[in-house]
Every structure is written in structure tokens, then in C-alpha cells.
Write a protein that binds this ligand. Structure first.
Ligand code: ADP
Ligand code: MG
Length: 535
């Protein structure tokens, strides 16, 4: 005891890198995105041993000059944003300035690059985050990044990787997404020198789909295009009668970024409704919205995004698919989603809410209702929402964290973890033992703000509870709601406020938080008139 030490720079870098880079496919994703951001028209990916020995991405993009190349491998070095406000106007795939630095920290990395204007190109070799060599080289415009011996300095991580074949499959899936989203880019994927994908520039997404689908299945796709001031949807969907038990492709993109979105997936199935008769459609769907409506920063590798109003997104997509496929509403299965009403139509004790929200001290939301106004405690409201969602839903809607949160638990907390893992899983928190008393949390209930700190607190408090209480789903749910809810002091956008209210009024008991405190206070015009002595 009594020997707290500061971690070395190198250790810190390795730990941080683990959050962005989980496996070869994540390296491939980051490198391809960089090549796309660099306006490349041709991207070649070369793989050896499922990416464990080599991942090389060669592009013909704008390249980097001598000054840039050193910066590129430092943490938080990015050419893409300057200030936090730029995040709301994001037009590039990258912005965190973390990928190259992370990759460099856990591999042997080589960069060869040249710009259009420079006579000579540059070469940089980095090992475990340390620059080993820099030189001038001859190279045409563009960049080649070679990542060798991934995780060579993190043997446990390396040991966690699956077979070469499995890792290669994930890489192929990753490349495929970008091939679909960027028909104008020529892609080549090679493994052990063999060409696995050769995709010359195409004219359309449909042409690219032809590379991956049987002709008959391709022919059964229906093109759907719907525009709305907030969202645009473009995509291809299997005609309902042609859906088969096994699907070949289901891909979702937000602003050309491949993402997993439970909301979109559920909405598409909702749109098909009963017409699927238990089968699964193929689809590729592109959703476009202004960057400010999209939070891409909720996930270390941007594989999940949060739309400002997930409920609206759900309705929009379900409706677009239903109409686009010519499905009558009676054919769809009515689910609890239909209980949802937009804030415009939402009722509070039979009163209309006008969406002219105002947030007071980043903690309370003001909304006008017919008879006056109401004040909503944002934290209590969100607690109520999460509480009902984790206890009532038959299957909890979870948000997978591809780059899981690792937490070292105290002995008593670890005992609790072992005791209630199954219960937590049912409520959307999926975690498993990593090693010793360190656990990895792989998913959390959708729409919650459970980060490392909140989850640590959750276990600390669970450990303090009486054992009989921990056995009660209700008590655990209250705690998850409390830790996962938006905190007082957090600024919300008007859309987030609207979404919060929408979800609140979809609750069975919107007026009280799970601890029984009020969520909403109503003040009538009558009260106001009285107080101003006008009656
Ligand atoms: P980010 O993409 O978030 O900016 P990265 O760590 O992925 O961060 O890359 C850091 C910087 O290196 C980028 O902002 C870009 O300026 C430069 N860079 C990386 N890859 C390439 C590439 N293939 N071509 C040109 N520049 C690149
Ligand atoms: Mg990047």
C-alpha cells in the first residue's frame, strides 16, 4: 500500500489506444476513412494473417507534407476540426485525431506519403508510439500506411484476437460497407497477395450492390427515396414477397458513415410489418441529415451515432419503408411504438405542449401548455424513462459498445457483479470478466449516459446495498436509471428536449421519478394572473 505511481506516457498511450483499436478491422476502418477524407479515388487494402501481421492501405489522396506527417501520429492531432463547435458541422469521417496515434502506439507503423506540390515524399517509421526513423522518399501523390504486428506490445490483447479467418471476415465486412457507400472510389482488397474484392469505379450504389448479390435478389430490390426537412432517406429494400429466411446484406449509413442503429433496424422491420412472415429483407439504407442533428461522438470509433430525436427517426424510417413498398398500414403489426405521440400532439393531462422549449440553468425544461406552463426536471424525467424502459421492455434495447469500457472492481463489487450479471444483462448492461477483477462492459441500455465513471459508481452503490435489495429488479433498475440519466447541468438542444419529453409522455407514469419525486410542475395562467394581481 501507499505506493501510488503515475503511469508512464507509454502505458497511458497503450491504454488509450485500446479504446479506439480493438482489432484489425478497426484499423482498416480508420485507415479507409482517412483515405476517404484525403479525397482519394483509389484505395487498396492489403492484409496478411487476418491483419495480425500486416494491414496496408494505399491511397492516391492529397497526402501529407513533412510537418504534417510527424503531427499525424500524435494524439489529438487532426487537420479536420479546430474547435469544439466545428463538431456540429462535421463533414469528414475523422475528427478526433486519435486513430493514427492509437495505431502507432500498439504496432509497428510506417507511413509513406507525398503531396501534389512537394518534390520529394516523406517516410516515417514509428514503433510502439516512438518515432524511429524519418526520411525523404520518392512517391507519387498519396499515402501508404503499413501497420505491422498489431498489438505486438500488448500480448493479452493480441491473444484476444480470433482466428486469422475470422478477423479477415470482419475486415471484408468493413471494406464492403465503404464499397457500397462510395461507388465513385475504386477499391481493391487483397489478402496474402490474393485479390478478394476488385471494385472499379461504379456509377451507382445499385451497381455496387451487384458485386455482392445474386442477380435475382438484386432484381427484387425496390428503390426508396424520401426527403424531409430534417432527414433524407435513400435505399434499396427487398420486395416483401421476395424476402427469404436468411438475408445477405443489411447496411445502414448515416451521412455516408456505416453505423449500427437499432432504431433504424427496428423501424425497417416495423415498416415491413406482417408482410415479412418471419423472413428477413436485404437492405442498404442511407440516411442524411445536417451534421448538427447527429452525435457521432458517443462512441470511440463512431460506429454508433445518436440522432437528436430517435423517436422521430423511427417513425420517419418506418413510414418511408411502408409507403415505399406499398404496404397498407393494416398489414403492419401495431407495437407499443405507436403509443408515441410527437410533442406537438403529446398530451399532458389533456393539454397540448407547444414545442418552444427553454432550458433553465441547464437543468429544467420549460414548456408552454394550454393552461399555462410546466417545468420539467430533466434528470428526474430521464430517470423515469430509463426506469420504465429497463423494467418493462420484454427485450431491452441495447447499444453495443464495440470498444468496451474496462473497469477494475473492488473485491466486494466483484462479488456483486458475479451475483447479478444475469439480471444486469436483462436490463441492458452486458459485461463479462476480462481478467482478475477487471470486467469489460460491452453494451448499455440505449439512450443512457453510462460511461466508465457512472458504471463504477453503479457497482460501488450496488455493493453498499443490502443483498436482498440487490435481488430486486426494481431496486437495481432505479440505480441504473439514476446513474444513466442526463445530469442536472447538462445543456440540451431543443431537439433533445423534445425527444426527452416525447419519451417521457410515452411512459406509464410520467409524473414521478422512480424514487417518487415529482418530474413535472404545472403552473397555470390563472396562478400567474392571481400573483400579478390581475384578478
Ligand atoms: P482524424 O482522422 O480524426 O483527423 P487521424 O489520427 O485518423 O485523425 O489522422 C490524423 C491526421 O493525419 C488527419 O487529420 C490527416 O490530416 C492526416 N492523415 C491521416 N491519414 C491520411 C491520409 N491517408 N492522407 C492524408 N492525410 C492523412
Ligand atoms: Mg481518421
Amino acid at each position: 500500500m501507499g505506493s501510488i505511481k503515475l503511469l508512464s506516457e507509454a502505458t497511458i498511450r497503450k491504454i488509450a489506444a485500446g479504446e479506439v483499436i480493438a482489432r484489425p478491422a478497426s484499423v482498416v476502418k480508420e485507415l479507409i476513412e482517412n483515405s476517404i477524407d484525403a479525397q482519394s479515388t483509389k484505395i487498396t487494402i492489403e492484409i496478411q494473417k487476418g491483419g495480425k501481421d500486416l494491414i496496408r492501405v494505399i491511397d492516391n489522396g492529397i497526402g501529407m507534407d513533412r510537418a504534417d506527417i510527424r503531427l499525424a501520429v500524435s494524439r489529438h492531432a487532426t487537420s479536420k476540426i479546430n474547435t469544439i463547435d466545428d463538431l456540429t458541422q462535421l463533414k469528414t469521417m475523422g475528427f478526433r485525431g486519435e486513430a493514427l496515434a492509437s495505431i502507432a502506439a500498439v504496432s509497428r507503423l510506417k507511413i509513406e506519403t507525398n503531396t501534389d506540390t512537394a518534390l520529394t515524399g516523406n517516410y516515417l517509421k514509428v514503433e510502439g508510439g516512438i518515432i524511429k526513423e524519418m526520411a525523404e522518399i520518392a512517391r507519387a501523390k498519396g499515402t501508404t500506411i503499413s501497420v505491422e504486428s498489431l498489438f505486438y506490445n500488448l500480448p493479452v490483447r493480441r491473444g484476444f484476437l480470433k482466428s486469422d479467418n475470422y478477423e479477415l471476415r470482419l475486415i471484408i465486412e468493413t471494406v464492403k460497407s465503404y464499397v457500397l457507400a462510395y461507388p465513385s472510389i475504386h477499391f481493391v482488397l487483397r489478402s496474402e497477395g490474393k485479390e478478394l474484392l476488385v471494385c472499379p469505379k461504379a456509377n451507382s450504389v445499385k451497381e455496387r450492390l451487384g458485386l455482392f448479390m445474386e442477380r435475382a435478389r438484386l432484381a427484387s430490390l425496390i428503390e426508396i427515396k424520401v426527403d424531409n426537412p430534417l432527414l433524407a432517406l435513400y435505399g434499396f429494400f427487398t420486395e416483401p414477397s421476395q424476402a427469404q429466411a436468411v438475408y445477405e446484406i443489411q447496411e445502414t449509413f448515416f451521412n455516408l458513415r456505416p453505423v449500427r442503429s437499432r432504431t433504424v433496424l427496428r423501424a425497417i422491420y416495423e415498416g415491413y410489418g406482417a408482410t415479412l412472415r418471419g423472413n428477413n429483407p436485404n437492405f442498404v439504407v442511407f440516411i442524411t441529415t445536417s451534421p448538427e442533428n447527429l452525435d457521432v461522438n458517443i462512441h470511440p470509433t463512431k460506429q454508433e451515432v445518436k440522432f437528436a430525436d430517435e423517436r422521430f427517426l423511427f417513425d420517419f424510417v418506418a413510414e418511408a419503408v411502408r409507403k415505399g413498398l406499398g404496404i397498407k398500414k393494416s398489414e403492419t403489426i401495431l407495437k407499443d411504438n405507436f403509443l408515441y405521440q410527437s410533442a406537438l400532439g403529446g398530451l399532458i393531462a389533456d393539454e397540448q405542449i407547444t414545442p418552444n422549449f427553454w432550458q433553465l440553468h441547464n437543468s429544467f425544461i420549460f414548456a408552454q401548455i394550454q393552461s399555462g406552463y410546466c417545468i420539467i426536471d430533466q434528470h428526474a424525467a430521464h430517470e423515469r424513462i430509463i426506469y420504465e424502459e429497463v423494467t418493462k421492455k420484454r427485450t431491452m434495447d441495447v447499444q453495443g459498445l464495440l470498444f468496451p469500457i474496462m473497469i477494475e472492481l473492488k473485491p466486494e463489487e466483484f462479488t456483486v457483479f458475479e451475483e447479478i450479471t444475469g439480471e444486469l444483462r436483462k436490463m441492458g448492461i452486458e459485461a463479462k470478466v476480462f481478467s482478475g477483477r477487471t470486467i469489460v462492459v460491452e453494451s448499455i441500455p440505449t439512450g443512457t449516459y453510462l460511461g466508465k465513471e457512472e458504471i463504477s459508481e453503479l457497482f460501488a452503490e450496488l455493493a453498499k446495498m443490502e443483498k436482498k435489495d440487490r435481488g430486486k429488479q426494481d431496486e437495481v433498475a432505479k440505480l441504473i436509471a439514476c446513474k444513466g440519466a442526463v445530469k442536472a447541468g447538462q445543456r440540451l438542444t431543443p431537439l433533445e428536449m423534445e425527444s426527452l419529453l416525447n419519451r417521457l409522455f410515452a411512459c406509464a407514469e410520467p409524473y414521478f421519478c422512480p424514487h417518487g419525486r415529482p418530474v413535472i410542475i404545472k403552473i397555470t395562467l390563472e396562478d400567474l394572473f392571481k400573483r400579478f394581481g390581475r384578478t
